[in-house]
Design a protein around this ligand. Structure first.
Ligand SMILES: C[S@@+](CC[C@H](N)C(=O)[O-])C[C@H]1O[C@@H](n2cnc3c(N)ncnc32)[C@H](O)[C@@H]1O
Length: 191
């Protein structure tokens, strides 16, 4: 990979992290759309051991690639949430193009307000600030449910697995964090 391309990827990932630290602006997403490379999406879903019986939710679904892949590869139900209208439009178009409309729905919604009690696999790529804010909702998922987060950990929660995934799209190594419910919270005061 060229140095320029590596630089662009690092800048894109930093944009997710930096934007996540900004104060909320009402109902506008504070984290911009940066796609997870398709081969990383596939590895995330494989790491979560998705099956046909799962309900996958991508919190901040961008162009819909994660929910479309979950339905296409595993035949499971999936729901994508995004606040950005353009992302909602793109995701709905991707669902239609892939012919998975019977399995996947896309909702324009603030991920901090969605009910995850019927969801068994959550995928995340929204930064540590939002990951931390999502914790009360994530904890409501039933035992055995999985949370898989691209690049950013959930602060204060110990992952079951930390994977290093290099995408063939850009040759950049990314970290993927896998958590299983009930979440293992680190003790307060732990460094
Ligand atoms: C870095 S992108 C990840 C897109 C996709 N999940 C992926 O991995 O390819 C983050 C997405 O989260 C959305 N987002 C950020 N904050 C949100 C919020 N509070 N509610 C709903 N969507 C949000 C953004 O619009 C953006 O599409």
């Amino acid at each position: 990979m060229s140095a320029a391309r590596a630089c662009l990827v690092v800048l894109a990932l930093s944009a997710v992290a930096a934007a996540a630290a900004e104060p909320p602006r009402g109902k506008k997403p504070v984290v911009e759309f940066v796609p997870t490379p398709q081969d990383v999406v596939e590895k995330m879903l494989a790491a979560a051991k998705v099956t046909k019986a799962d309900v996958v939710a991508d919190l901040g679904c961008g162009d819909g690639r994660i929910v479309v892949t979950a339905a296409r590869v595993y035949g499971c139900k999936a729901v994508g949430y995004d606040l950005d209208r353009e992302c909602v439009k793109r995701s709905r178009a991707a669902v239609e193009k892939a012919g998975v409309g019977k399995l996947v729905r896309i909702e324009e919604a603030d991920i901090l307000e969605v009910d995850l009690s019927g969801v068994t696999v959550v995928t995340l790529f929204v930064g540590t600030t939002l990951n931390a804010k999502l914790l009360p909702q994530l904890e409501k998922m039933k035992a055995g449910s999985r949370v898989v987060s691209h690049v950013f950990p959930i602060p204060g929660v110990t992952p079951d697995k930390v994977l290093k995934v290099t995408s063939a799209e850009d040759d950049v190594e990314r970290t993927v964090y896998l958590y299983t419910l009930p979440l293992m919270k680190e003790k307060a005061g732990k460094q």
